[in-house]
Write a protein of this length. Structure first.
Length: 316
């Protein structure tokens, strides 16, 4: 299956977007009668997909479980679900799916963003967007701890006086983003940096550590924040929409496996931003397998067997 997925991912994005609902090559290699979980190419998405799989295998030992763990974007995860090649998505983010799959304007209120994606996925895709794991992986401005302490920096607004002399490394895609991109940043905060260097987001951390940049735009749960002892500046004017992470499941698979709702709800509110950073760090820095990190997390918490959950239908 890995060879099939690799071949598919080599197609240009335009082909992916123009394809019909299904992802070629996946349907033949998954069990349509079982639970098929999508993950992603990021460390975080891989950890969460193994976490969901571990919960399924613990609570539903007789169920057939498969994974599609090499999908590189929310769009591909969504397409796999819509095309019937998967029925559970382990890691979806409110801000991403709000403007992406649902094609709506960004929202900065976390509660409203969550309610909007829940309703949108229910009405448009017959899918259930579950409550958050408890953390949000959003864009975040980062500086070294030394720089933050020298300049008394806590928030993005604190940069105003320094900004004209700062070199900023940012994600390539952020430069052109509508709503929470570069232009919106300048309008919201009222200042700009001396130079802005677009680059692959994975490179910004090393650039900051090497003193090639004074400030960078990264992701709030990246493990390198801890390993490089970086400081996340508070987005005090709420430029960035919330990117709370949640699992998503089709209504069809929830009907086939009613226990699936309960085990996914047991993961609600169990992972903080700091915990996700630490798990990402284990994989990226300590080179521990994502599956092992997820398994250790579940075992340390006894698969949340003692946790009582409120069914979704009782929350409305």
């Amino acid at each position: 299956m890995k060879k099939i997925i690799r071949k598919w991912l080599l197609f240009p994005l335009t082909v992916i977007l123009l394809a019909a609902c299904s992802l070629p090559g996946l349907g033949a290699s998954v069990n349509n009668d079982g639970i098929v979980i999508t993950g992603g190419t990021t460390t975080e998405m891989q950890i969460l997909s193994y976490m969901v799989r571990g919960m399924v295998e613990h609570y539903l030992p007789d169920a057939s479980v498969d994974m599609v763990n090499n999908l590189g974007s929310s769009t591909l995860n969504h397409q796999a679900m819509i095309g019937g090649d998967a029925n559970v998505s382990a890691a979806r983010y409110t801000g991403t799916s709000l403007t992406g799959e649902l094609g709506m304007d960004p929202l900065t209120d976390p509660v409203l963003a969550f309610e909007t994606v829940v309703k949108g996925f229910d009405e448009n895709f017959d899918q259930v967007w579950f409550p958050s794991y408890g953390f949000a992986n959003t864009y975040a401005f980062l500086v070294t701890r030394e720089f933050a302490e020298e300049n008394n920096l806590d928030t993005v607004s604190d940069l105003a006086a320094l900004a004209p002399n700062l070199r900023a490394g940012v994600d390539n895609s952020w430069m052109e983003r509508e709503g929470d991109g570069y232009e919106a940043f300048k309008e919201t905060y009222g200042f700009d940096f001396q130079r802005v260097y677009p680059m692959q987001v994975g490179l910004v951390y090393d650039a900051l550590q090497a003193d090639e940049m004074d400030i960078v735009l990264g992701y709030s749960t990246d493990g390198r924040i801890a390993s490089y002892d970086l400081v996340v500046l508070e987005d005090d004017l709420q430029l960035f929409p919330p990117y709370d992470a949640s699992p998503v499941a089709t209504k069809e698979i929830l009907e086939a496996y009613p226990e699936l709702e309960t085990l996914l709800l047991k993961l609600e509110g169990t992972v903080t931003d700091e915990m996700m950073q630490a798990m990402n760090y284990e994989v990226d820095n300590d080179l521990v397998e994502a599956q092992t990190v997820a398994q250790n997390f579940l075992e340390e918490n006894n698969y949340f067997e003692d946790k009582e959950v409120t069914p979704l239908k009782e929350r409305k």
